[in-house]
Ligand binder design. Structure first.
Ligand code: 5AD
Ligand code: SF4
Length: 558
């Protein structure tokens, strides 16, 4: 059977989809990029914002039309929407055959198999596994957690025929979230915070490195709250198991875990980073998302400062610059504390780049509250901020407690104002790199170069006028979470760039995740640079990218 799998939303979903794909492939399913060619279509959905949900509903609608037209098709909804809507979705969308919440993905092959074997007559016969509703409250609950098998069963084989080997990968360190920000569905859809044993994580990194991966991004909703208490969760054979997180109470002011009091050995986030850095040196770049502004200890910053292969990059959402709104959001920190953290990070790591998320138009947000957010964004060196217009999410505290009283037009206006401010700040952050040398990890030809390579060639080096460039793959990746899309500026004015040069334009990222364009040296084949780390001199910048010149020795490049 051929499967089409589409992913909406966050990096956590991207990783889930990769694991689901590996699992199904190991059982003989084949994947197709064309939904029309598939007998099973799966949508891995996201409920964090309304926009992603609407996209998923539209896909479900299309699948429904195919079934109405008589096609035999299995339609599955995975992820957060399946978890949150549960049986309601089956009622409203008869074309959906199966639901599988993010905590049950290991059971997906079973569900598909069930649907394939049975002909359905009623809702009860349809298959739903959205069973994470009860937040696991005890170590034992998590210890029985078979979902870990999905991460552990990850496929490490080389890429399928014709594909270039993957050089970057995600590795989960925690699942779920215990913070209960009032606007957010994640604690309900992904359940309680569960921390993976450090040995599992280090081993996964090692195996990824062995298969050619050189960049690993550790994933968790609040990575700096990673804390594993050894001995609390073990199976009958004494092997360590995932365990429910100890909660924010385990962190003293300043962020250092204070759990050692019970006399048990603990692995903190700082120690986990140090272990991966030391034990898997083949990983040339180690990064992590997302950080929680509270409880970010100096211990983590010190490990970053001492570890050249850990990226000096923090994605640490402020969400608002107003203390009143932060309180309504239940974020657990003040603007002053947020500023203090950024100040501490920049002092210890002068080259650090900082990205964040902001929500505009949260209920009751006044002009003064918004002005405080603008002030925060203007006064800190954010490389970028993903800016979201508040949307009330079913199941959250905010939807029950606070009427969505900021008019749509005001939200839009605040969004645009903040984007413009962020664009100026981003431009200044990027400009400051001009004249410096940076190490970049090459992702491949830029989108403009790929488009040029596909076009019929005219005289190889003639300059010519063409229409505005489309957004590059990299730009889309970076901007897909929020409305930063609107601040995109083309890497170079295409009118003035000779065709031959454009056709060899490459895209790469610095350690701090700054997108960098450069021309592939003429004596080097562009494809050979993909996944390599090069030195560039930064020669120019825009609001979302750098331009550089390759200064790595030609000998090192061939
Ligand atoms: N409305 C708007 N933005 C939201 N986010 C989460 N929930 C909502 C919501 N209800 C944003 C936050 C978070 C990011 C992943 O999505 O900024 O950091
Ligand atoms: Fe949602 Fe807050 Fe948890 Fe982030 S920290 S996932 S915003 S509840």
């Amino acid at each position: 059977m051929k499967v089409y799998l589409e992913t909406f939303g966050c990096q956590m979903n991207e990783l889930d989809s990769e694991l689901v794909r590996g699992h199904l492939e190991s059982l003989g399913y084949r994947f197709t990029p064309d939904p029309a060619d598939a007998q099973v279509v799966l949508y891995n959905t996201c409920s964090v914002r309304e926009h992603a949900e609407q996209k998923a509903y539209s896909r479900i609608g299309i699948a429904g039309k195919r079934k109405e037209a008589g096609e035999r098709l299995i339609v599955g909804v995975l992820g957060c929407m399946a978890e949150r809507d549960g049986i309601d979705m089956l009622r409203r969308y008869p074309q959906v055959d199966l639901l599988c919440g993010p905590g049950e993905l290991d059971k997906l092959p079973l569900l598909i198999d069930n649907v394939a074997r049975t002909s359905r007559v009623s809702i009860d016969d349809r298959t739903a596994l959205a069973g994470n509703k009860s937040r696991r409250s005890a170590t034992l609950g998590a210890a029985e957690d078979s979902l870990e098998a999905l991460d552990l069963g990850r496929a490490f084989e080389p890429a399928p025929d014709g594909d270039l080997p993957a050089t970057s990968a995600y590795v989960r360190i925690t699942r779920g979230c215990n913070k209960f920000c009032t606007y957010c569905v994640v604690p309900y859809t992904r359940g309680a915070e569960v921390h993976r044993p450090p040995d599992h994580i280090v081993d996964e990194c090692r195996r990824l490195a062995d298969s050619g991966v050189i960049e690993v991004t550790l994933l968790g909703q609040t990575v700096n709250h990673y804390l594993y208490v050894h001995g609390d969760a073990v199976d009958g054979a004494g092997r360590e198991l995932p365990q429910v997180g100890p909660g924010a109470a385990a962190f003293a002011k300043g962020g250092t875990a204070k759990l050692a009091t019970r006399g048990q050995k603990v692995t903190t986030f700082a120690e986990l980073l140090r272990r991966i850095h030391e034990e898997v040196p083949a990983i040339k770049r180690l990064r992590f998302v997302t950080s929680y502004p509270r409880d970010f200890g100096d211990d983590v910053l010190d490990v970053l400062a001492a570890s050249p292969r850990i990226c000096r990059y923090l994605h640490v959402p402020a969400q608002s610059g107003s203390n009143r709104i932060l309180k309504l959001m239940n974020r657990g920190y003040t603007v002053e504390e947020y500023r203090e953290f950024i100040h501490r990070a920049v002092t210890k790591l002068p080259d650090v780049t900082i990205a964040g998320d902001i929500i505009v138009g949260f209920p009751t947000e006044t002009h003064e509250d918004f002005a405080a957010t603008v002030d925060l964004v203007r006064s800190l060196p954010f490389k970028n901020n993903f800016i979201f217009k508040y949307s009330p999410r079913p199941g959250t505290t905010a939807i029950d407690r606070f009427p969505d009283d900021v008019p749509v037009e005001v939200k839009k206006q605040r969004n645009n104002t903040l984007l413009a401010v962020q664009s100026e700040v981003s431009a200044a952050v990027h400009r400051a790199w001009i004249g410096r040398e940076v190490e970049v990890l090459v992702e491949g030809l830029s989108a403009a170069a790929r488009a040029d390579n596909d076009e019929p060639r005219v005289a190889a080096s003639s300059a010519r006028t063409v229409s505005a460039p489309s957004a590059t793959k990299v730009e889309l990746r970076v901007t897909s979470r929020g409305s930063a899309t609107e601040t995109l500026t083309p890497p170079t004015p295409r009118e003035s760039v000779p065709t031959a040069s454009r056709a060899r334009q490459m895209v790469a990222r610095t350690q701090g995740d700054l997108i960098t364009f450069f021309d592939c040296p003429l004596d080097v084949t562009p494809e050979t640079l993909r996944g390599r780390i090069l030195r560039l001199l930064v020669t120019g910048s825009g609001s979302l990218q750098l331009q550089g010149r390759c200064i790595t020795d030609a000998i090192d490049l061939t």
